[in-house]
Design a binder for this molecule. Structure first.
Ligand SMILES: O=C(O)CCC(=O)C(=O)O
Ligand SMILES: [Fe+2]
Length: 238
């Protein structure tokens, strides 16, 4: 968090050297993606991701590595830093507009003591997911739309679920969420995005039968979400 805060305090010209729309660059300033590699933190995240995937797989019923297998041999792992300076009139703008994450799961760290993240729950209500000390927010897109807070040592401490027609549109996306700003405090969040590379996304075979047919067609992840050439409109129509 400290390194990312320093980064966003750099003069704009210095940050500008990282600006690129080339998605193959390991460091890019665009949606502020930074690739994490090889440090202790990444190992902790890897262990947390594995544990979560096993727990979810167990909850679903089949083998405990079924989700890990679904994500393929080389799952992608990226970090996105979001910096929200104080805003004189927070009612006029959002820090990050409403969206769904397009990966399998997101682990989010937020500045302690500063509210910002909100999720959309039933009846179109926005609910704040405030930072808990030493906790991360886990945003899942695997089987539905669930936000879990876990502490960093992997005990699930609280769970706030929001179900808005889970997988009703057959997409591989998380709960709708957004970030609001406030007048006083700057806020930083780091989202660790963990997802498939170019594997085929579809239901786990053990969970489908004649009574429970697939609700959507299988597709290659990269085909739909990662191609820069795919327009927003085409993605929505898909
Ligand atoms: O700043 C936040 O809490 C939200 C970040 C987020 O949704 C994202 O990076 O995808
Ligand atoms: Fe997000």
């Amino acid at each position: 968090m400290a390194a990312m805060t320093q980064f966003f305090k750099l003069p704009a010209e210095e940050r500008a050297q990282y600006f690129t729309t080339d998605h193959s660059k390991p460091i890019k300033l665009f949606n502020y993606y930074l690739k994490l590699e090889g440090d202790q933190h990444q190992k902790e995240i890897g262990a947390l991701v594995k544990r979560l995937l096993v727990l979810i797989s167990q909850g679903l019923g089949p083998e405990e590595d079924c989700l890990q297998k679904k994500l393929g041999e080389n799952p992608t792992q990226k970090a996105q830093g979001n910096y929200y300076p104080p805003c004189p009139d927070p009612d006029l703008t959002l820090g990050l507009s409403v969206h769904s994450d397009l990966n399998a799961l997101t682990i989010l760290r937020q500045t302690e003591g500063v509210t910002g993240l909100q999720v959309l729950i039933k009846d179109e209500k926005w609910v704040a997911v405030d930072p808990l000390p030493s906790a991360s927010v886990i945003n899942l897109a695997i089987q539905g739309q669930v936000i879990i807070s876990v502490n960093f040592f992997h005990d699930v401490t609280s769970m706030c679920t929001s179900r808005r027609g889970v997988l009703s549109n057959g997409r591989y996306k998380s709960v709708h969420h957004r970030a609001v700003t406030n007048k006083v405090e700057p806020r930083l969040s780091i989202a660790m995005l963990y997802g498939p590379s170019n594997t085929v996304i579809g239901p786990i075979e053990d969970l489908i039968d004649e009574e429970h047919p697939p609700l959507y067609r299988s597709y290659k992840y990269a085909e739909v979400f990662l191609k820069n050439s795919t327009s927003k409109k085409e993605k929505e129509d898909w």
